[in-house]
Design a protein around this ligand. Sequence first.
Ligand SMILES: NC(=O)c1ccc[n+]([C@@H]2O[C@H](COP(=O)([O-])OP(=O)(O)OC[C@H]3O[C@@H](n4cnc5c(N)ncnc54)[C@H](OP(=O)(O)O)[C@@H]3O)[C@@H](O)[C@H]2O)c1
Length: 246
Amino acid sequence: MPEVGFGTWRLRGDQARVAVRTALAVGYRHLDTATMYGNEADIGQALADSGIDRADVFLTTKIRPSDIGKARAVLRRSLQALRTDYLDLWLVHWPPSRASQSRQLWNELLELQAEGHVRDLGVSNYSLAEIDELTSSSGRTPAVNQIDWGPARYDARVLEGHANRGIAVEGYSGLKNTRLDDPVLVRIAAAHGVTPAQVVLRWHLEHNVTVIPKSEQPDRIAANFDVLGFRLSAAEVASIDGRPGR
Ligand SMILES: NC(=O)c1ccc[n+]([C@@H]2O[C@H](COP(=O)([O-])OP(=O)(O)OC[C@H]3O[C@@H](n4cnc5c(N)ncnc54)[C@H](OP(=O)(O)O)[C@@H]3O)[C@@H](O)[C@H]2O)c1
């Protein structure tokens, strides 16, 4: 999974198609969507229009817990909308309210994965206890947990818990939920000649957390991807851990 992906929540229609085309043109090869976002067809169209080989792009979509019992039909529609015959990653968007439903949905997804249209399965917004429940009931651990993350949400135990279970963490809303005028971020950004937003994204990567920033502005789409050419020191990373959110 490429460590910087493009988030698409709230992008629809032309706006989604243009933003995804821009993201692909500046180098993103990882796109994050969900059936709930209502933009899978826009993303499929943008990918087809880009001329980039499907195999070179990592595609994630998500199934709503309310679609329990209907996973096969949901997957068929997602694949059709995205114009592909496989997903790189399929996530349960958030945990169903009852553990029995969570197990049922997970088993449905495992069955469909065995048929070959999904490379990896994961979850989103799950606690470690909810993940352990899935693992112990099915013998299969989610590959990924996509969670609300950022400096203000920093908790070393959460990262350690996922690492110990071999689960990759994807962070969402890290820009939206961070005060980008925070003096610590501003100082570190100036020291590296980058923006505070780039420092926040780089901070995720230093903690081995994949990022999927969303933007509809071409300059920001490009800048958010341009975070692979500098590193933060351990002291800088530690000084960002726990900085206030907004
Ligand atoms: N699994 C889940 O439950 C879940 C929940 C939420 C999000 N997600 C996924 O994660 C992705 C990212 O999360 P998100 O969209 O909530 O938040 P985000 O990417 O952290 O922030 C997006 C917001 O920040 C602004 N922004 C983007 N780049 C910026 C920059 N360089 N400087 C200043 N502001 C910037 C954007 O405005 P402009 O567009 O105007 O630039 C937008 O308002 C989503 O798009 C979605 O794919 C998943």
